[in-house]
Write a protein that binds this ligand. Structure first.
Ligand code: KIV
Length: 273
């Protein structure tokens, strides 16, 4: 008989209760290997629609579809056991209104086994969030720089640098809290604003480029692992896996060219016998 306690997956109420207690650790994951590696270290694994840019090489997240999010969400759920899995609702899958959002979000949860969805927007999305939460769909909100609004914002730039911009972003954070979101990503806003929102609203704030004042942090995993040279200034690199992969690929290419490979007897047939 095993004496090890079964691993329990984090729940939405547990994440919600971390506000003011313990910083929430979150990273993006889009596949099984990444999910398996990050799972022991993270409270929340976010299947972000950033996968459109990181995995598929798109220039924005606007081309990501619900089917793509579901396929990657299934992989991350399969690869994890402990972290809460949150899946981004892609552009045009929820903005028409609560009914459309429910149809999309219910598919995401039913087909992946993830615990929650994330959607971008504040005041404009409050009614939709209220509708989803009342029908059993936990929602993480996303305010500040919202990448799906890139064409309205005019680029992926920081928000709230000037004080004039603060009231609208604060109103967004307040509206999604009152609507029942269990947490909120605050992206690319100035530290004093992130601090003010964190101190004011009752749910955890998870910052990305929004200072340590937030209740937790999230980063795009490939950025923090050093796979991309062009990353936002706030990204701290915790690894240099891009350089490592380059070295490994070069070593492999050299081995192939030198015919430096195991003899026939060491290949599958014998190993598996
Ligand atoms: O899509 C994403 O990965 C995100 C995070 C960067 C917060 O929304």
């Amino acid at each position: 008989m095993s004496s090890q306690a079964p691993v329990r997956r984090r729940t939405v109420p547990q994440i919600r209760a971390m506000k003011g207690e313990e910083p929430i650790v979150s990273l993006t994951a889009y596949d099984v290997i990444t999910a398996r590696t990050l799972d022991p270290h993270c409270d929340v694994l976010l299947v972000g629609d950033s996968l459109g840019m990181v995995v598929y090489g798109m220039s924005t997240t606007l081309g990501v579809t619900l089917d793509m999010m579901i396929a990657h969400g299934q992989a991350v759920v399969r690869g994890s056991a402990r972290a809460l899995v949150v899946i981004d609702m892609p552009f045009a899958s929820y903005e028409q209104g609560p009914q459309q959002a429910f149809a999309s979000a219910s598919r995401v949860l039913a087909e992946t086994g993830a615990q929650a969805v994330k959607l971008e927007g504040g005041v404009a999305m409050a009614e939709t969030i209220r509708f989803l939460v009342a029908r059993g769909i936990p929602v993480m909100a996303h305010v500040g720089m919202t990448p799906q609004a890139v064409n309205v914002l005019g680029g992926f730039m920081a928000r709230g640098r000037s004080r004039d911009a603060w009231p609208a972003i604060e109103a967004d954070a307040q509206a999604i809290t009152e609507a029942g979101a269990f947490s909120v990503v605050i992206e690319a806003v100035a530290e004093p604003l992130a601090r003010r929102i964190t101190e004011t609203i009752a749910i955890p704030t998870i910052g990305i480029g929004a200072s340590p004042a937030c209740d937790g942090q999230v980063l795009v995993t490939e950025d923090m692992l050093g796979f991309n040279d062009r990353v936002p200034g706030f990204v701290r690199r915790f690894g240099e896996l891009g350089a490592d992969m380059d070295r490994a690929a070069a070593a492999y290419a050299k081995a192939v060219r030198n015919r430096d490979f195991p003899a026939e007897s060491e290949t599958y047939a014998e190993r598996d016998a």
